[in-house]
Design a protein around this ligand. Structure first.
Ligand SMILES: *Cc1c(COP(=O)(O)O)cnc(C)c1O
Length: 370
């Protein structure tokens, strides 16, 4: 964002493809101390202690030594995920972060003549991948309240991708709607990007994940990540769950690009995390509770807060300008995300922090808005 943007490269040796790329710009990772970093939806709590333990073992165990290549298909990790989610191992794919899994998904399923359908407001990596792979992307507008109207997806397409809960709104699409969407589009892959699903519940308080539907729909692919709910954004592990034929397409695409996307440390650490479900569930509950507190506090300050089922909230100040507020918070070392994009340029996306971080934000906002 800083030096890289100022550098004007000589592109004469580049391919046309490289010249025409529009890369994704991640939320910044500033290096200052005492920063209240609420801009990239990382988990404010550390990962399970089992993660460091498992990684430590790899470093000292000669049978697992780093001089050796890792398991190309991450068999142990996939088996553990299959067990944890009530699936078979051939219904599970893993990759170097769900961003990589999504790239393979785009290449495997959406490079077809028809457009890919996605909500107009969604994860900003989708248009980037569409561009990278030469896929036409048709944006389907969300309703005025930012919810998804599934009937609007009834049109010829190469596939559908929806983040659920959606980013950056945090709004959850019901399992009934996903069930209907998958039924109505039997000839294309419907991808549900569940980066934040572990912070969501159905109205009855049950798990909201569409993983429960993949045995019913051969065309339903669900992606998830260790980055948010498992506090492992730095380890880079993501996964996809679906019918074995979909998983096989992803595996072939992976092996046509990089046979070893998950290194030994990542496989071991992720396995350690999956094996500590009690810790995982407790962290998710804590984040959900903190989200509800933060929502109430922001509402009290006059913000309109969308009903979030994620580990962030999307909030519009009653007075004042969102972009200016973000700038003023930054001057106090509090970083939130602002998108200067039509329809959402009056909102701030705020990651749920620890109780202390959230309080620091609220105190700063109280002073700013006074
Ligand atoms: C964070 C995020 C991802 C990417 O997660 P990684 O596993 O860290 O690559 C994918 N989709 C959405 C909607 C996200 O917010």
């Amino acid at each position: 964002m800083t030096n890289a943007m100022e550098f004007k490269p000589d592109t004469r040796l580049w391919s046309n493809r490289a010249r025409n790329l529009n890369p994704y710009v991640p939320g910044e990772q500033p290096k200052h101390d005492n920063l209240c970093k609420l801009n990239t939806n990382e988990n404010p709590f550390p990962p399970s202690p089992k993660v460091a333990e498992a990684i430590g073992k790899v470093l000292v165990d000669q049978a697992q030594a780093l001089r050796l290549y890792p398991a190309p298909e991450s068999d142990d990790l996939r088996q553990a995920l299959a067990d944890a989610y009530g699936l078979t191992v051939n219904q599970v794919f893993v990759g170097n972060g769900s961003d990589e899994v999504l790239a393979l998904v785009f290449a495997s399923f959406f490079m077809k003549e028809r457009p890919l359908l996605a909500p107009d407001i969604s994860y900003s990596f989708y248009p980037v991948y569409a561009d990278t792979f030469g896929i036409e992307l048709a944006n389907i507008p969300l309703r005025d309240d930012f919810s998804i109207e599934t009937n609007d997806y009834r049109q010829p397409c190469s596939g559908i991708i929806i983040a659920n809960p959606n980013a950056p709104t945090g709004i959850l699409l019901s399992l009934e709607s996903i069930d209907k969407l998958a039924s109505e589009h039997p000839n294309v892959v419907v991808v549900i990007d569940e980066a934040y699903i572990d912070f969501a519940k159905t109205e009855e308080g049950a798990p909201a994940s569409a993983v429960s539907l993949i045995n019913k729909h051969d065309n339903l692919l669900v992606t998830q990540t260790f980055s948010k709910s498992r506090s492992l954004a730095g380890l880079r592990v993501g996964m996809a769950f679906g019918n074995p034929s979909l998983i096989e397409a992803l595996t072939r695409m992976k092996n046509s690009f990089n046979s070893y996307p998950l290194d030994r440390l990542a496989q071991a650490g992720a396995l350690g995390s999956v094996q500590d479900s009690a810790y995982f569930e407790q962290v998710c509950e804590q984040v959900i509770e903190l989200r509800e507190q933060l929502t109430a506090q922001l509402t009290e300050l006059g913000f309109e807060v969308l009903p979030s089922q994620a580990n962030f909230v999307f909030a519009r100040p009653e007075q004042g300008n969102a972009s200016e507020i973000a700038q003023q918070l930054r001057e106090q070392g509090i970083i939130v995300r602002y998108f200067s994009q039509p329809r959402i340029d009056e909102y701030l996306r705020i990651t749920v922090g620890t109780a202390e971080q959230n309080q620091r934000l609220i105190t700063a906002l109280q002073q700013l808005l006074d």
